[in-house]
Design a protein around this ligand. Sequence first.
Ligand code: MN
Ligand code: MN
Length: 451
Amino acid sequence: MENIWNKYSQSKLKKMESFCDEYKDFLSQCKTERECINFFSNVAEKNGYINLEKALKENKKLKAGDKVYAVNMGKAMLLMVIGSEPMIKGLNIIGSHIDSPRLDLKATPIYENNELCLLDTHYYGGIKKYQWTALPLAIHGTVVKKDGTKINIVYGEDENDAVVGITDLLPHLEKSKEKLEIKGEDLNILVGSIPDKTAEKDKVKANIIKILQNKNIDEGDLFSAELEIVPSGKARDFGLDKSMIMGYGQDDRVCAFTSFMALMEVDKPKTTALCLLVDKEEIGSVGATAMNSKFYENSIAEIMNLCGQYDELSMRRALNKSKMLSSDVTAAFDPNYPTPMNEKTDAHLARGISFNKYTGSRGKSEANDANPEFIAKLRNVLDENKVFYQATEMGKVDAGGGGTIAYIMAGYGMEVIDSGVPLLNMHAPWEISCKVDVYESYLCYRAFYKL
Ligand code: MN
Ligand code: MN
């Protein structure tokens, strides 16, 4: 397999760098599901996509070439460009997830201990807890008042904001005991130390509540809130040669961004192109905004209906005949941690988009195993479009493994394969991708939509 850096012309390098600049801006701006959906909806609107809800209200007839999108509870969406072939012949689908590991505030988070005010959290997704201490953290999310008013919060990103964070124990006091293990209940966010002199008790907490009240947020409002604690700061170049990108939430916003940008270039396709941006993958794809939700099927039915192509059997056939890239990140081989990895079969940075024929663990358990007939078609289109790709696994056999949304869509009887960008530091607060791999993923998705 070849190192892509040897293969790029000057002009391709320039295009790749400017694409990665846009990607870094997106990562810096969009650290929650809602922020991602806002971003994608705005760009889609600018590119002539019609909101499905609006189309339904106006009973607008849709036809080949039309572009439409639907948002699910502000946290997930699908976007479609209607093809000239009837949908019964199948769709070209790329699906990725926009939720990332983080710390969520509990429903009644504020408390005081020894004249410090802290916020209780419950972590979301697979994190290594120690990685979240002694870091500058930011608060992103939405508070909904009883009257329905929404207050959007981004605190800890602007240089005039403060940051918050979780303290760690000094090494001097760790010597005497067994090494400290950070537990889930230890992930408490320190937010204040000034007492409110007028308060009767919990004076530091009282002062923090006053600060929140100045922003129209009462303590009780935090029950109807979705507040996510994420690393503070922008995505930026990584390495002395600036070949890589370090940013929060690249699992799986790198595949979301690249597949979305690829869709934005789809115009009057033969086969209907569909981009799925889903929530809750990191906690098992359950819930109303996850891949398992009926939202996707329902929205496809509504769109088929507005195209005059809907009946139950036609929709089943459309899904059954579809092809899908389940696009999610994979682990890049890390020379620092060779033991659980296999350098022969694992993905490497700078070798392009990675295809995992199957994921899973313990003998491919719970994996979607892609069909060779489908893989052959993909190889053909990738080679024709000069996309760099690698056929990989994730780690040694029986060393571990992970799941994606592939098996859910495979359940409709469509062809599905796992594909995505290799990462170092996956699931850490700051993840690392390689710029050429990000760009090759975008090129791959662009080519796939022409399939
Ligand atoms: Mn993922
Ligand atoms: Mn993940």
